[in-house]
Every structure is written in C-alpha cells, then in structure tokens.
Design a protein around this ligand. Structure first.
Ligand code: TRP
Length: 345
C-alpha cells in the first residue's frame, strides 16, 4: 500500500493550485480582459496557476481547423501579452495533455444523464446550434470537471455563467471520493475581488460578448486607438446628461465601471471628475483610458507574434509540465477504478 497523501498535489511549491481556461472562439473583448484575464494576473502571485487554452471544448461547435489553430495560438500569446509569466504559470493547450480526454471518459461514467440535462448552458447552446446537438456538447461539463480535477485544483475563478459547471464538478468529485477514498481535491469557486462585469456598449442590459454580432457593441483587445474612441463615442447612454453612477443610467454606469477598472478610480471620484461636463468629454476620457490600458498588451502581443521560437518553447515546456501533474492524478484514478498497471521493464 502507498501512503494516502503521497501523490496528492494540492500544494505545488507551497502554493495552492488554481485552474482556469478560455476558449479560442471569437476575438477576446475588453469584457474578457477586465472581467477575467486581468484578474488572473493578480491571482498568479498567490496560486500555482494552470491557464489552459481549452481547444477540446471548442470542437463541441463546428470549427474551421486552420482558424481554430490560429485562434488558439493567438489566445495563448494573449495570455502572455496580458502579463502572465509563462515560466511561473502553466500556459498550455488542453489538447496537448491527453489526460483531459482520458479522465473525462472515466468521469462520464460517474455522471448522470439527469444532472447533465439540467445544465442551462447546454440548453442554450443546443437551442442555438439545433443542427449539431452532439454528445460532446452534452458532456461538455464533464470535460470541464476533468480539467479542474486533473490538477487537483483548490480554486477556480469562474464567472456566473460557469458556476453551474463548477457545482457539477464538485458533485462528481465528491461522488468519486465517496466510492474510492480521498482522490480528488474538491475545488472552490474563487471568491475575492471579482472582475468587473462589463456590459455591451450598444445594450447595457447585456454582457459584452465576443460573439455579439454588432462589432460596435464590444471593444476587441486588438482594436486600434481610433476604433476604440469611435466605439465609445457611439456607446448607448441616456438623456440625463449627467455622469452619475446609478441603476437608472445603465449605459453611463457601464462606462463608469470601465473607466474605474482602467484607472483604478472609484465611481465617486469619477462622478466628481466629470461633474458639469457633457457625455462627449466623458466618453472620450473612457476611450482614452482603455487605449492606455490596452497599448502595452498590444505591443507585447505584436512582439510575441514575431518570436515563433520563443512561443514554441513555451508551448513545449508547459505541455510537459501540465502533463506531469495530469499524469499523477490520472494514474491514481486508473488504479482506483481497476485498470491494470502498465508493465514497465
Ligand atoms: N467552459 C469555460 C468557458 O467557456 C472554459 C473552461 C473550460 C473552464 N474548462 C474550464 C473554465 C475549467 C474554468 C475551469 O468559459
């Protein structure tokens, strides 16, 4: 018998483990940056982080292969351009670690149809892609559970839309542990200073989304300065003509949120700063604050795009690192469920 704790990787180098991922579908928006990516940076000091480009998830919707490959690489570069140190954080492609698919299969056998039937994102996506309701779309949350559990993650920073998936992850892990002992760390949602909830510039009731059909609704991370300022000047506001942070002025409120996230100011300071000024001035100032915050990211991204060898090195090294930790968990799970051990000579 082996000691129960021997293989556990809840702590790596004295830090707790964090897992998160993004899909390389669509062009990342300011909402993704201020709501998630920028937060990942702060978290990377405190946790041992695995930030994955989840390309296995992407093919639940039909993709153009060349396009997917390009977007996946761009997203990986964007993680780094946003400031995540790829030496400290494990930034990698999900498809480079076969353990995700292998654990996902095993966990499928510990997940009930009824549970998956309740997932609201599945219902939404099935309605949206009625011509391609494939089994992968249905078991998407199980793959997500595998992502998280494979690294024995303690925390997962997720938005509201992914909370249900984190809950099913915990249920699956607890069910498995109840049968086989203390195999998986039960992940917690990351609670703390959560990222800003950025809304569409054209409809402040809706979240800013990379899949929005109206390009004026979102700021894309690679938009140039003129485009950014123009989109802000066109942003939907109201006729109050007063920069005030209130529920009754959702458009202005959203712009204040963006301004504060970019400048570090508070809504009260912002109200004071623009007291007596028109929306035109305010919108331009918000646009400029966004230009300022995106500029270093864009410059770095361009540089990284030119350095193929460097990025390839990161991809290789981090796939190995992720694979190392993933395999530890996978071996243990395989043993638990009764698969024969490989013969090593
Ligand atoms: N489903 C997530 C999304 O679309 C992405 C994702 C995949 C993820 N696996 C994950 C997020 C594991 C957190 C943890 O946003």
């Amino acid at each position: 018998m082996w000691a129960m704790q021997e293989w556990r990787i809840t702590m790596i180098d004295g830090q707790k483990v964090l897992f998160s991922g993004m899909q390389a579908t669509g062009t990342l928006t300011l909402g993704n940056y201020l709501g998630a990516l920028k937060n990942w940076l702060t978290l990377s000091d405190e946790y041992q982080c695995f930030y994955s480009v989840v390309d296995l998830h992407s093919i639940t919707i039909r993709q153009d292969p060349a396009e997917l490959r390009k977007r996946a690489r761009n997203l990986l570069m964007l993680y780094i351009a946003a400031g995540l140190d790829p030496e400290k954080n494990c930034i990698y492609y999900q498809s480079h670690v076969s353990g995700h698919a292998e654990l996902s299969w095993i966990l499928n056998c510990f997940t009930y149809m009824g549970e998956l039937n309740r997932m609201t994102q599945y219902k939404d996506k099935a309605a949206k892609h009625a011509d391609n309701i494939n089994a992968g779309l249905f078991t998407y949350p199980v793959l997500m559970a595998a992502d998280i559990l494979l690294y024995q993650a303690d925390v997962v920073p997720v938005g509201k839309d992914q909370m249900q998936h984190l809950e099913i992850t915990r249920d699956i892990a607890q069910r498995f542990n109840a049968i086989y002992g203390d195999v998986f760390t039960i992940p917690e949602p990351y609670i703390g200073k959560t990222g800003a909830h950025i809304k569409s510039l054209q409809n402040p009731e809706k979240k800013m989304s990379k899949s929005d059909e109206n390009p004026n609704a979102s700021i894309y991370l690679m938009d140039d300065a003129d485009t950014i300022i123009r989109k802000f000047r066109r942003a939907v506001t109201d006729s109050e003509a007063c920069v005030r942070y209130s529920e009754e002025q959702p458009g202005i409120r959203n712009l204040i949120d963006i301004y504060c996230a970019c400048t570090g100011k508070t809504p009260q300071e912002t109200e004071r700063e623009f007291d007596g000024k028109g929306y035109g001035d305010f919108k331009t100032a918000v646009g400029e604050s966004v230009v300022d915050i995106l500029k270093p990211l864009q410059t770095r991204y361009e540089e990284l795009g030119k350095d193929r060898a460097y990025i390839d090195g990161i991809i290789k090294k981090n796939a190995e690192k992720a694979g190392y930790y993933a395999n530890k968990t996978l071996r243990k799970v395989q043993k638990k469920v009764g698969f024969p051990e490989k013969i090593r000579s």
